[in-house]
Design a protein around this ligand. Structure first.
Ligand code: HEC
Length: 188
């Protein structure tokens, strides 16, 4: 009997308080010089904190993959109006296709974790220049592709393996950069 895996530790005390703490407001732009405004431009193209990216893309997408460990996506009935479905598995692009696209979404979203100028929820820059960061991001990219291929094969055993790869990729980075005694310790 294989054990169904999922990303644990998201709802630790730090996680909850962090999740509910909005990012500190940016410094007032009034006194900013033209060059300072220029330097701030990349941040405005990438307005999400790292935590917001995780909650908006990685968390929902990985859950679609984890679902397929114990439930066959083919058995998910289409929503009454599949074009308006909020559950990808029950949508117009549902069942195994939803699992395929969740894997691809994660691989593509990995690139967003490497964009310079993005902040973590505690205001620190995402540590994109740390030596291990690109490797941890590559782990996520590979995990997304493993899930994509497993979904293409419509084989739940392969999804179990891909889910293991996925949870390991998430945990490898969280262990180093997220699981800290206080939110201030994250992202360094
Ligand atoms: C390369 C590093 C990295 C990878 C890979 C990664 N995370 Fe994260 N994750 C973080 C960091 C760092 C934070 C805290 C970010 C912040 O506070 O802005 C975080 C925060 C989160 C949060 C927000 C909750 C909280 O405690 O703030 C969720 C949800 C989350 N990650 C889910 C995932 C899932 C699911 C995966 C895998 C599919 C994943 N993450 C992969 C680094 C990573």
């Amino acid at each position: 009997m294989r054990i169904r895996t999922a990303v644990l530790g998201i709802f630790t005390l730090v996680g909850i308080s962090q999740a509910q703490t909005p990012a500190p407001p940016k410094a007032a732009a009034k006194s900013a010089t033209k060059s300072a405004a220029k330097a701030a431009a990349p941040a405005s193209r990438n307005p999400a904190t790292l935590a917001q990216l995780m909650k908006g893309i990685l968390f929902p997408s990985s859950n679609v993959i984890f679902f397929a460990q114990s439930d066959n996506p083919n058995d998910v009935p289409q929503a009454k109006d599949p074009a308006l479905a909020v559950n990808p598995l029950a949508s117009s692009y549902g069942k195994w296709e939803a699992v395929e696209n969740a894997g691809l979404a994660i691989t593509e979203a990995a690139n967003l974790l490497t964009v310079p100028g993005r902040k973590c929820s505690n205001g620190l820059p995402v540590p994109v220049t740390n030596a291990d960061w690109p490797k941890l991001v590559q782990g996520l990219r590979d995990a997304g592709m493993a899930a994509y291929k497993a979904a293409q094969s419509k084989n739940q055993d392969k999804i179990l393996d891909a889910s293991d790869v996925m949870t390991t990729a998430c945990a490898n980075c969280h262990d180093k950069y997220r699981e800290k005694p206080t939110p201030a310790g994250r992202c360094k």
